[in-house]
Design a protein. Structure first.
Length: 168
């Protein structure tokens, strides 16, 4: 992912994600909103850095195949619903503009380039992060920074209600 603020990255169902929060939202409220939408299976969001470092992330998306077992910096798992045969990778700029302005949408112009074509249904999503941007170190592989592994699930399981790796 290039451009924009990548302190937070997510994967969103643009059909079901309710993006607008308030014209004067505050971070605590936005994070709570993300958590509520994560619980509903509309979006999954990760905090990528504790230091506020922006980075052009190399994201690999795998659908169906199992990820090879290897070491990594960290991983998180959640579930998302797909309803229009697509998901989008989204960044903090996209999410905050849509949270503040009712006429802004997810994805924005930049993130519309990060469309993932995928069959409708429930998916287990595993975020595997190999690159620690705060320390500039890789664990496991240097070929990709993040692996987004999507596996079709028999049913949706709301396993989280907060942003992955969030320190706020």
């Amino acid at each position: 992912m290039k451009f924009g603020d990548t302190n937070f990255i997510g994967v969103a169902n643009s059909d079901t994600y309710q993006s607008f929060v308030d014209e004067d939202w505050e971070l605590d409220g936005l994070l709570q909103h993300f958590g509520n939408e994560m619980k509903r299976g509309h979006i999954l969001v990760c905090q990528m850095t504790n230091e506020g470092i922006e980075h052009s992330w190399k994201v690999k998306v795998q659908i169906g195949a199992e990820a090879a077992a290897q070491s990594c910096f960290r991983k998180a798992q959640g579930y998302i619903e797909v309803t229009k045969n697509e998901l989008y990778l989204v960044d903090y700029d996209c999410l905050t503009m849509a949270a503040q302005f009712e006429d802004s949408a997810v994805p924005d112009t930049n993130c519309s380039d990060y469309r993932i074509e995928i069959e409708n249904g429930s998916y287990q999503v595993e975020f595997i992060q190999y690159y620690n941007v705060d320390t500039d170190e890789y664990t496991g592989t240097k070929e990709t920074d993040i692996l987004l592994q999507l596996t079709k699930a028999t049913d949706f399981q709301p396993v989280t209600d907060r942003v992955f790796w969030c320190t706020y």
